[in-house]
Design a protein around this ligand. Structure first.
Ligand SMILES: NC(=O)c1ccc[n+]([C@@H]2O[C@H](COP(=O)([O-])OP(=O)(O)OC[C@H]3O[C@@H](n4cnc5c(N)ncnc54)[C@H](OP(=O)(O)O)[C@@H]3O)[C@@H](O)[C@H]2O)c1
Length: 198
């Protein structure tokens, strides 16, 4: 594959770190301080010029010990707002800005197996991933010269959950990201080893 100029969002996550290990490509990997998906101005002012490939690993609502199950007693509105803000509004704005500058090339997103399995208690998080999934399908029609790839993992080890044999490793997810990009694969589902879904 030709060397690509890749914009990677979410490089501090273990999946992001694993994606960065690919030495064939040139990466720009802004921190969430530099490009904050919950901040309109931050998304607006970032310079998106000159990329061949966008990889969106960033996402909110699945970690940090905060979850929202529909049957929970407490309703944490801040959690809901941040999850929707980052995963829906922020990523939509990011894609709009990016695709305006780079209407050709590749866009890869990390979704979740919950898009297919619908077994998670975390209704808001899973619903934002469904939103992203459908948004990518719609954009694939609007931008026929861009290749879109969706990677949907089940439970992955992360900064907040150390690796064990049941969890998918970040390296496995990164391998799927590159396989999808190199072969123009539209969707890769990485099935569950634990019985849990995220
Ligand atoms: N772990 C799983 O079991 C699992 C399963 C399926 C899918 N996924 C997906 O995989 C991706 C990585 O998840 P993870 O579990 O590894 O979680 P994580 O370690 O919490 O990583 C989340 C990433 O999103 C970034 N992020 C969060 N809020 C942001 C904001 N406002 N602006 C910009 N970046 C922001 C974080 O940056 P900071 O470090 O700066 O906060 C971090 O890089 C997510 O999209 C998640 O939904 C995870």
């Amino acid at each position: 594959m030709m060397k690509k100029n890749v914009l990677l969002i979410g490089s501090s996550s273990l999946i992001g770190q694993a994606v960065l290990k690919n030495k064939k490509h040139k990466f720009t990997a802004p921190t969430s301080e530099k490009l904050d998906l919950s901040n309109r101005e931050s998304i607006d002012t970032f310079d998106y010029k000159g990329y061949d490939c966008l990889i969106i690993v960033a996402g909110a609502g699945g970690r940090h010990g905060k979850t929202f199950g529909f049957k929970d007693k407490e309703v944490d509105l801040d959690y809901i707002a941040n999850t929707v803000d980052v995963n829906c509004r922020g990523i939509t704005m990011l894609l709009k800005k990016y695709l305006t500058q780079n209407p050709k090339g590749h866009v890869a997103t990390i979704g979740s197996i919950s898009v297919l399995e619908m077994k998670t208690k975390h209704a808001v998080y899973a619903s934002t991933k469904v939103y992203l999934d459908r948004l990518i399908d719609l954009l694939a029609n609007l931008y026929p010269e861009t290749n879109f790839s969706k990677i949907n993992p089940a439970s992955v080890s992360s900064r907040f959950r150390p690796h064990n044999a049941k969890l998918i490793s970040p390296d496995e997810v990164a391998k799927c990201v590159w396989t999808a990009i190199e072969n123009n694969i539209k969707r890769i589902d990485i099935m569950d080893k634990t019985g849990q879904f995220h």
